[in-house]
Design a protein around this ligand. Structure first.
Ligand code: 5AD
Ligand code: SF4
Length: 447
């Protein structure tokens, strides 16, 4: 490769989960320390970071077509964009990417992106660089300070997963479970609030497995961390995601009833409602133990909104087993949920299991499951009509004077008025749609 002009503008395109969004922001902060600025809307960037996801579908193929598109657009404009591939596809398929896509200058895994600036120096000299090392924690220590952000922020507290669900690629791409130290998290949360955050979502592939030691040397779990973060003035709301049923302890359940700033929302993936399938997935819960767990959460916080993840068409799943998933959905009444067709991930045990389910069967099951989930989401929204609640304003609406924010139950709420992003307002919920609610301001701005 020949030497390149140092990039002046960048664009980070993050796909997949919220942790990729967090990583994308941190990569942007790193590039900013080099004086590289975000490419203006609608303009091509000198450096494009494709922050990829490997969890489902033909993720790798998508990366190659994105690269192809960037190269083509560059040629048409008489320029050659610098391309970095980051995220979980980079981790899983870094070498192949380098071999197949000569236009890529940098391949950097999710645990190594703090080294992006040095890789950039090499790329400018014309050297291609791959870094898919997995040094735990090092990344966080090497990242620059948080910069000005919007009212909602992500904070990665835990990374990696030791659960090895048989369909999932995460334990291979994100590595073993690690918890970031307590004091680092408290410091970063303070920084985020100083930078404008009023709501923080604590992130981890297995966030409820977070553990650490507080300043007095006492062992604390996620509930203890949330309790301490709730003391930060100016921080109004705390959320966390994603949890595994196996790591939900009494303290976390109790926290939902005791900490006002902890929002009444729980994302707790179940994946299937059938015990044979759950076992084959290497999930450690049964449908019954999952329902029991939810009962305990609801006892602590009766208005808790529940969310989950589902996979249809796991290898060997029969129609009767799928019907158990529908029955579980009926029993829970989710406020919101994510559902996916099973996608074989190279290197995972399920990918080579017998009984791979045909695509048309998966399509049909997904459609039926989503019909139920949509029905329940709409019903949950309908059930909120008439309530008043606080809404944190996240952005302007499509019409003049219209604003959009989130309810404590993570519903999108629209209303009119003259406000500022980041305002917390008291709203009466007036009308429910499938994906959002219309509201009316009761109390303009809550300090
Ligand atoms: N196929 C389909 N869905 C998957 N998920 C994880 N791996 C796969 C896969 N191979 C889903 C699970 C998980 C969510 C993040 O993605 O439901 O909870
Ligand atoms: Fe994947 Fe299971 Fe770990 Fe979640 S708990 S990241 S689904 S292996």
């Amino acid at each position: 490769m020949t030497a390149k002009t140092p990039p002046r503008t960048y664009r980070v395109k993050s796909f997949g989960c919220q942790m990729n969004v967090y990583d994308g922001e941190r990569m942007a902060e790193l590039l900013a320390t080099r004086g590289i600025t975000p490419a203006p809307e609608g303009e091509d960037a000198d450096l494009v970071v494709l922050n990829t996801c490997h969890i489902r579908e033909k993720a790798a193929e998508k990366v190659y077509s994105d690269i192809g598109r960037l190269v083509k657009a560059g040629k048409a404009a008489g320029r050659e964009p610098m391309i970095a591939v980051a995220g979980c596809v980079a981790q899983a398929e870094g070498e192949e990417i380098m071999a197949r896509a000569p236009a890529v200058s940098m391949v950097v895994g999710p645990q190594a992106y703090h080294r992006l600036p040095e890789m950039l120096d090499k790329a400018v000299k014309g050297e291609r660089a791959t870094d898919t090392d997995m040094p735990p924690i090092a990344k966080f220590d090497a990242l620059p300070e948080r910069r000005k952000i919007g009212p909602t922020a992500f904070l990665t507290v835990q990374e990696g997963c030791d659960k090895f669900c048989t369909y999932c690629v995460v334990p291979y791409t994100r590595g073993a479970e690690i918890s970031r130290p307590y004091s680092d998290l408290v410091a970063e949360a303070h920084k985020l609030v100083e930078a404008g955050a009023r709501e923080i979502t604590l992130l981890g592939q297995n966030v409820s497995a977070w553990s650490g030691e507080d300043t007095k040397g006492h062992k604390v779990g996620l509930a203890g961390l949330i309790r301490d973060l709730a003391r930060i003035d100016g921080l109004k709301r705390i959320r966390y995601t994603t949890s595994h049923p196996a790591d939900m302890d009494d303290a976390l359940i109790a926290a939902h009833g005791e900490i006002d700033k902890l929002m009444p929302y729980l994302h707790l993936p179940v994946q299937s409602g059938n015990d044979r399938v759950l076992k084959a997935m290497n999930r450690s819960h049964t449908a019954e133990s999952y329902l029991r767990l939810l009962e305990r959460f609801r006892a602590a916080r009766p208005d808790l909104a529940l969310s989950g993840d589902f996979i249809v068409g796991f290898p060997g799943e029969t129609e009767a087993e799928f019907a158990d998933t529908l029955a579980l959905v009926d029993a829970v009444g989710y406020a919101q949920a994510y559902s996916f067709k099973y996608s074989p991930r190279p290197g995972t045990p399920a990918a080579t299991m017998d009984g791979q389910v045909p695509k048309d069967v998966m399509d049909d099951r997904l459609q039926r499951l989503q019909a139920l989930l949509n029905r329940d989401q709409h019903a949950f929204n309908e059930g909120s009509v008439g309530k008043t609640c606080q809404v944190l304003i996240e952005r302007k609406g499509k019409h003049a004077n219209q604003w959009l924010g989130k309810s404590p139950w993570l519903q999108s709420v629209w209303f009119d008025g003259d406000y500022t992003i980041g305002d917390l307002v008291e709203v009466e919920l007036l009308e429910a749609g499938p994906n959002s609610l219309a509201g009316r301001i009761i109390e303009p701005v809550i300090a």
